[in-house]
Design a protein around this ligand. Structure first.
Ligand code: ZN
Length: 428
């Protein structure tokens, strides 16, 4: 890519580093949603929005939005965004890179004295990461019109409701339906990859094909918690033996489905509770939770059927009982818009960047946005694939390259979507 960038890479980098300073001092980089530090970060962002000529507001779902008016208001909005909250001891780039890139795009357009036909909105979505209320993507759910009343009643460990917390950050839970948008014509999100594909292939950007759906499954085995010294091996009912064999079955089934291709598929047993958990007691009860992620729900069906069969067999072999599989949660995959993907790829190619298609195994606000408007994502490399840790890192120029791809795409979409709208008018 040529040295003369159409945006200011240092200014963009400076914003990311400045926001990183707003952190729990003992636990960098921590800025949990709804916390005083989160509010401080947002106040800083709102100031940056205003200084960049954007009108800042908070919508009923608690999203911070900066807006530059377009020349043709009836055309609607092109939106760019991500999130400024972090996980505990998280990184400086996850989410923040996307918000800062949006802000830099708005500034670059202003510096070039370029007013789009569409309005441009930069969105800092509320609480993308799991919050104290046990819910993630709160702001983008609200914008997609799927933040339900029962979710607003969810409570944090201190008994406070999401409804009240939403009010505290400037949202309006009583008018949550008004957060649902109908005027956004395209949504773009830049995000760090949080994986090692781009780095290992020495690529500049990834164009996301689809954001994996996530299903969480619970399996419980029940045996007998007998004395580990006095119970002969052939009379034991060891729940952990069934669970352990099921962990291995999950691994093998996932490896097989992932190798089949072309769809993305991963599965993990991340929780294994063993009871009573004594060194001298045969495990009487085991609970495991499987996290299944794929871009193709048909593979999840296949996987679940297989694990259902295998875990039943392992229970019988260990002479324990197995409760029916329970789906604790189930989110569908979200495909990125093919036209937006093509535009992003064209922009990257024109800039001479090395680009690939890539599936997202992590969830993102773009998944909810794709329910209400064409949405797509650009990934930039993560050093060693690390994320949600203080060592999370992406180089200044890597972020700038991703942001330029977004900027060029915003400009090209502004032209093509305006053309489409005018053609529609002509047909009518
Ligand atoms: Zn994120």
């Amino acid at each position: 890519m040529s040295a003369a960038l159409p945006l200011d890479a240092d200014r963009l980098w400076g914003d990311i580093m400045a926001l990183a300073e707003i952190t729990e001092a003992e636990r960098p980089y921590t800025r949990r949603s709804f916390s005083p530090l989160f509010q401080k970060g947002r106040a800083w962002l709102a100031d940056r929005f205003a200084a960049s000529g954007l009108a800042a507001r908070i919508d009923p779902a608690g999203n911070l939005i900066g807006r530059a008016e377009g020349r043709a208001p009836s055309l609607g909005v092109i939106a760019v965004g991500s999130h400024s909250d972090t996980v505990p001891s998280g990184g400086r780039f996850d989410g923040i890179a996307g918000v800062a890139a949006g802000l830099e795009i708005a500034r670059a357009l202003r510096d070039a004295r370029l007013q789009l036909d569409h309005a441009l909105e930069i969105i800092d979505f509320l609480a993308e990461e799991p919050s104290d209320f046990g819910l993630s993507c709160i702001g983008s759910r609200g914008m997609a019109g799927v933040l339900e009343a029962n979710m607003l009643d969810m409570t944090d460990p201190r008994g406070g409701t999401l409804r009240d917390a939403l009010r505290r950050v400037g949202g309006d839970p009583d008018c949550i339906a008004a957060a649902r948008r109908h005027d956004i014509k395209a949504f773009l999100e830049l995000h760090i990859e949080q994986g090692i594909v781009l780095e290992s292939l020495s690529l500049d950007v990834g164009i996301v094909t689809s954001i994996a759906g996530i299903r969480r499954l619970e399996i419980v085995f029940e045996g007998a918690a007998d004395h580990a010294g006095t119970t002969p091996m052939d009379l034991r009912r060891d729940a952990l033996v069934a669970a352990a064999n099921t962990v291995v079955a999950v691994r093998h089934a996932a490896e097989r489905l992932a190798a089949e291709g072309p769809d993305y598929f991963v599965a993990t047993v991340g929780i294994l509770n063993v009871e009573p958990g004594g060194a001298n007691v045969v495990p009487g009860r085991c609970r495991l939770v499987i996290d299944v992620r794929t871009t193709n729900p048909a593979l999840t069906q296949k996987f679940v059927a297989e694990i259902d069969r295998d875990s039943k067999r392992h229970a019988e072999e260990a002479r324990v009982s197995r409760r029916a599989l329970v789906a604790l949660s189930d989110g569908p995959p979200a495909a990125c818009d093919p036209t937006l993907r093509t535009r992003l790829r064209e922009s990257a190619t024109e800039l001479g960047l090395r680009v690939t298609d890539i599936a997202s195994g992590a969830g993102h606000d773009a998944a909810f946005m794709s329910r209400i408007c064409p949405s797509a994502m650009v990934f930039v490399p993560s050093r060693h694939g690390r994320s949600h840790v203080p060592e999370e890192w992406t180089d200044r120029d890597q972020i700038a390259r991703g942001a330029v791809v977004m900027l060029q795409t915003v400009k090209s979409l502004d032209r093509s979507l305006s053309g489409d709208a005018r053609a529609d008018e002509g047909v009518r």
